[in-house]
Design a protein around this ligand. Sequence first.
Ligand SMILES: [Mg+2]
Length: 120
Amino acid sequence: MKVLLVDDSNSIAMVVGQMLQDLGHEVVRAKDGKDAIAKVNENSDIGVVLLDWNMPEMDGLEFLEYNQKNKILSCPIIMMTTENKPEKIVKALQNGASEYIMKPFTQDILVSKIDTVVKG
Ligand SMILES: [Mg+2]
């Protein structure tokens, strides 16, 4: 499956990207929300999105809002958060995220989150 990995941190993108590749996924990386829009336009077959919250240019929440208005994606979006404040999680879910995952996470947790959103 093609996974769009949106994170401004190169080190996180490397670690999570390697996990995804080990699981047999193809990784498309974007460094912020604006870059993610460009990558969505170039890749019509994205199966799931892993979306960081804090990023320059356009952050994760702004990307969710953009997608709700413009419907550029129909696949599930998993929000990656560093804090588990309930109001933030609720806000992400209200704005179109299917799930959230707390950073840092293990490959097992990543698998279970992806399975949850892709298989329902
Ligand atoms: Mg970030």
